[in-house]
Every structure is written in structure tokens, then in C-alpha cells.
Design a protein around this ligand. Structure first.
Ligand code: FAD
Length: 363
């Protein structure tokens, strides 16, 4: 019997498995298909900052715990595995089309302790010459970072493997056996596994997973489409963000345009309206992109939670069941902090954050 079974091999499950194994736990990770191929693969990899001394919303506090770990953990992955996950503190411009929009953005950043510089007119033109002259204001966030999701996931798999995490792929978890308020068996399509503790990291599929255990986990799939452009030299090197839409420049001459927010069930298709909305946003923001080559498109399913706050904690109903799911639009950036607090919880240590704001409501 191992110490912990992690169900679900996205960025949340893989990072947690790594950190548990690093602290001496024997870990099995069970994935229904292939690890690191769902939302975590599809995301844009933006890593915004926050300051723990100032941030008071649950997401901002977890972000503040997570953000400073990225340079250190990325360097560790590179030195141990040789995999460069593309982590880069590239900065960002948050775009505002009106004075009131700019004030709103400033208030939001101040509430999270994020440092920024307000730009307009010739300062903005000099800072980012390719930006549309129609955009009157922007806030520069020097601490914004980015990571290349597929490379980071490969790095996580390698970190797990060197710490003897047993990764089991192609086996959906289909049921559990329970006795005396505990889970005794985890049943997959092929086998039965046992562990002292079980943690659900099943992303957008967490509601059906909870149902198998009589738990209501209010997580739903929220589709996000992305268009990838190829453009060299890059016309800009910081992330350009306007509310839910953004342009993320990659060092190898790619630009990601993201992302739609759609309730489309578990359908991961790209659509005409999704792709055209993204292309329109890109050209409106940086007009010269109109002539740029489209390389490919894709879509992923975010694990949407009602308030955008992830569910992190231990179930009341089953004493050896834990959960870390519902990271919605922020699962990459929050994966480091999530692994810290969840490994602390699973190993009976004091947690770095009070986890009560992240608890599931259980009847
Ligand atoms: C277009 C897009 C852009 C995004 N951009 C960003 C961004 O810039 N920054 C950011 O921080 N976040 C971003 N996100 C959000 C982020 O990608 C997600 O929050 C994060 O990937 C969630 O990770 P996860 O491990 O919970 O889920 P997933 O990566 O979906 O992993 C869950 C895993 O569980 C497995 N699973 C499910 N059911 C079972 C079962 N029964 N048995 C076994 N395995 C099972 C699945 O197969 C899957 O591999 C974006 C998402 C999308 C779609």
C-alpha cells in the first residue's frame, strides 16, 4: 500500500505528486488518459504576481504564495532534468480603453499588492510601438511571468519519475470501496489500488468524480480556445492583456491569442466565432498582426468553480479523502502554492495558508 494516491495527472496532480514524493511519501498517480494533456497543456501559462502581505482574497493569497516559487522550481527542474520549461519574467501591459477602466485596474492591482507603472500617450508609444495608437492607457506589470505549459508538464513528469512516483496512465478511476468512513480501495477500469490517503486532482471532471463518493463538487468545464500565430521578429515582448483576452509572445517567435470563455460541456472544439473573436482582438490590439501566419488552434476545458476559488482541503465525509480542484483560469499560476499547502495537509503539517476559505461545502 502506498501513502498517497493522486487521481488526475494535470499540473495540479503532477506538482503535488512531485512535492509529496520529495518529502518521502510513496505516491501513485492515476490518470485516465495521458498525463498533462488536458487543461494544463492547453493553457497560456501566464503567471501574474501578488504580495502576501497585502492580498486578502483567497485566490490572490494563493497566487502570492505561488508566484515567488516559479523561478526557484523552474531552475530546479532544469538542473535535475535538463528540461527548460520556458519560465520567463516577461512583464505585461494591462490595457485600458478609458480613464475609468484604468482606475478600476489600478484599484485591483493595489488590493493585491502588485507593483505597476501607469503609461499613456508618448510613454506608451515608446514602451510598445506596435500597440494600436487607439489604446489610450496601459499599466506595466514588470513582475508578470510566463511558462511554456507542455515543457513544464514534461519537467514535472521527469521530477516525479526521479522520485519514484508510480505514474499509471490509461486507467480511469471508476469507483471506490469504503468502510468505517474511509476509502479502502480505488477502482480503475483495470485494477484496484490502496493507499492511506487519496487526493482528487481531476480538473474539469471533478463533479462526476465527487458523485462516485456522494460528494457535490461544483466544478464545471469552461472551454477556452486559443489561436497560435508565428511571427518573427516578435513585434512585442511583454504579455498584452485586456480583461479575459490576451496576447502572449513566446521567445521562439510564436504569439498565443487567448482565450474564449464558453459553457460548452466537455466539447473541446474550436469554432468559427471563437477563433474570429480572438483574431479580431489581436488585430485591434496590434494592427500589424493582420498579415501574420496562423499556425494552429486548440481548445481546453478549464475546471470552472462558482467563485473562481479552487477547492482545497480534506473531505468531512471520508476521513482519508482530500481534494485540490476547480482552479478555473488560474491553475498553472496557482499550482506551486497548491502543491505546498496540499502536501503540508496530506503530511499532517501546519499549512502555510489558512485553508478554510477553500473548503467544499458538505452537507
Ligand atoms: C485556453 C486556456 C488558457 C489558460 N490560461 C491560463 C494561464 O495563462 N494561467 C493559468 O494559471 N491558468 C490558465 N488556464 C487554466 C489552467 O490551465 C487550469 O486551471 C489548470 O490546467 C487546471 O489543472 P488541473 O490539473 O486541475 O486540470 P487538468 O489539466 O485538466 O488535469 C486533470 C486531469 O484529471 C484527469 N482525470 C479526470 N477524471 C479522471 C478519472 N476518473 N480518472 C483518472 N484521471 C482523471 C484528466 O484526464 C486530466 O488529465 C488556462 C486554461 C485554458 C483552457
Amino acid at each position: 500500500m502506498c501513502d498517497v494516491i493522486v487521481v488526475g495527472g494535470g499540473v495540479i496532480g503532477l506538482t503535488l505528486a512531485w512535492k509529496l514524493a520529495e518529502q518521502g511519501a510513496r505516491v501513485q498517480l492515476i490518470e485516465q488518459r495521458q498525463v498533462g494533456r488536458e487543461a494544463s497543456w492547453a493553457g497560456a501559462g501566464m503567471l501574474p504576481p501578488a504580495d502576501l502581505a497585502v492580498a486578502n482574497s483567497p485566490v490572490a493569497r494563493l497566487r502570492a504564495l505561488s508566484h515567488p516559487l516559479w523561478p526557484e522550481w523552474s531552475a530546479q527542474i532544469q538542473s535535475e532534468t535538463g528540461i527548460d520549461n520556458g519560465y520567463q519574467p516577461c512583464g505585461a501591459l494591462e490595457l485600458a480603453w478609458s480613464e475609468s477602466g484604468r482606475k478600476q485596474l489600478e484599484a485591483q492591482l493595489q488590493s493585491e499588492g502588485v507593483s505597476y507603472l501607469s503609461l499613456s500617450g508618448t510613454d506608451l508609444k515608446e514602451f510598445s510601438p506596435s500597440l494600436s495608437p487607439e489604446i489610450p492607457f496601459a499599466l506595466h506589470l514588470p513582475e508578470m511571468g510566463q511558462v511554456r505549459n507542455p515543457r513544464h508538464l514534461s519537467g514535472l513528469v521527469a521530477m516525479c519519475q526521479t522520485r519514484q512516483v508510480e505514474i499509471i496512465e490509461g486507467e480511469p478511476v471508476v469507483g471506490f470501496s469504503t468502510a468505517s468512513g474511509k476509502i479502502t480501495d480505488v477502482r480503475t477500469s483495470h485494477n484496484t489500488y490502496q493507499a492511506e490517503r487519496i487526493c482528487l486532482t481531476t480538473g474539469a471532471w471533478s463533479a462526476p468524480m465527487g458523485e462516485l463518493l456522494g460528494l457535490q463538487i461544483p466544478v464545471r468545464p469552461v472551454r477556452g480556445q486559443i489561436v497560435l500565430l508565428r511571427k518573427q521578429p516578435l513585434p512585442f515582448t511583454t504579455i498584452l492583456q485586456q480583461e479575459e483576452q490576451y496576447l502572449v509572445p513566446r521567445a521562439d517567435g510564436r504569439i498565443l491569442i487567448g482565450a474564449t470563455m464558453e459553457e460548452a460541456g466537455f466539447v473541446k472544439a474550436n469554432t468559427v466565432s471563437g477563433v474570429s473573436t480572438l483574431l479580431q482582438f489581436a488585430v485591434q490590439t496590434v494592427p500589424e498582426l493582420a498579415k501574420t501566419e496562423v499556425e494552429r488552434t486548440w481548445a481546453g476545458l478549464r475546471p470552472g468553480s462558482p467563485e473562481g476559488i479552487p477547492f482545497l482541503g480534506r473531505a468531512k465525509k471520508w476521513e482519508n479523502l482530500y481534494y485540490a480542484c476547480g482552479h478555473f483560469r488560474d491553475g498553472l499560476q496557482l499550482s506551486t502554492g497548491t502543491a505546498v499547502v496540499m502536501s503540508e495537509l496530506l503530511l499532517d503539517r501546519e499549512t502555510s495558508l489558512d485553508l478554510s476559505p477553500y473548503a467544499l461545502t458538505e452537507s
